[in-house]
Design a binder for this molecule. Sequence first.
Ligand code: NAD
Length: 440
Amino acid sequence: MNICVIGTGYVGLVTGTVFAELGNEVVCVDNVAEKIENLNRRKLPIYEPGLQELVERNHNEGRLKFSTDAKSAVEFSEIIFICVGTPSSDSGETDLSAVEAVAKLIAKHMNGYKIVVNKSTVPVGTGDLVRNIINKHCVDGHKFDVVSNPEFLREGQAVNDALNPDRIIIGASEKQVAYRLLELYSSLQAPMIITDVYSAEIIKYASNSFLAMKISFINAVADLCEMVGADVEDVANGVGRDPRIGVDFLNSGLGFGGSCFPKDVKSLLHTSGKLGYDFNLLKNVLEINEGRVDRFTSLIRRRFPDMKGKTFAVLGLAFKPNTDDMRDAKSVEVINDLLKGGAVIRAFDPVAMPAAQKVLPSITYCQTAYEACNGADALLLITEWREFKLLNLEKIKQTMKNPVIFDGRNMYNPERKKRLGFEYFGLGRKFSNHMPEKGK
Ligand code: NAD
């Protein structure tokens, strides 16, 4: 099939590349010319494991093209995917300006029947909005359908997720249209669920909000554990073994960030409010999450009441491991808070440092985790990259001014770190230095 993907970011680039890999002719469009020029030179705008080679292969073989020319791309395609950003405003309302702009663009350049697919995460009713915009701006009266096909890929494993999705959701008003879209996915082994457009739109928000709720839930339990001297990791393990609950997303720590969970929870809350439903549960999810950084930096402040001139080694900057995405990354909140207290920051992240430099210009970036820790008063684990788990902490301890660890992701074993001679501070962890002796 001939496909056009508008918006060549994390979702659009991965989706377009995977459709090309499945044998389709794909044009990926973006309005940032530099991004397209770089892609045509096979320089990717984002880091995503496995993506570089997939882009190179499909580009070399001519199935995957990159362009700023939306007109030609729309004319060429039967199916057009909208994959632009949908950030949230302060009120939580979703900013749909990029989606609206793309809908106008499609309307202007349509030269025959098109299936327009919303892959961007958009509030319920946006399918109607896109249809109305196209109707209004399409002068030639071409036929079209608007479909919702929300995306569930996870940054850091996006290629694998796109090739092996756990489900494919198609929200369409006509079964025939849904079937046409399903053909595109037919070689993937995944449950395909056809719904109406509204249901598909809600599925995406309900999924992300539920996962965010699990994280906030276990973080609230972590606070309880701190009060009695219990260990949240043991509790999460015991709770998660119930197959009705599951162990995933029960990792306590600094809470959720990134470009999706915070904005999607806020958006669902906003949509509910507009419909007259007070979704208090989601307010609590956000409140708990927003308090996590403060809880973490309070631990640091208690241990280092005067931060002026203290050097902290920050390990991990990206909002989660295996990505360079710094959007709503907890590292930014933590570091800005410590900088205000006069601290010096030496940071290392395996891939996110170029992106981090744009939002955190006044800190020192190091080549390795070992270099970051050299001479530091404390090590702050912010993003749980696997390589940080494998560090030689005995070696690190020799070079630090004070052997102190603040573990924002509960990645290390507190007892083992204490045996190595570290002061260990985790969130809701037994044997953490600030925990009561009860329950020992
Ligand atoms: P992104 O910011 O990485 O990419 C968006 C791209 O759209 C950018 O390259 C931007 O230049 C381009 N763009 C904006 N306006 C345009 C226009 N008028 N014409 C052409 N290109 C335009 O965003 P993303 O992370 O890929 O997210 C896209 C959507 O997918 C969002 O709605 C997001 O919520 C959703 N989503 C994201 C993820 C994720 O993990 N990132 C997962 C599932 C769903």
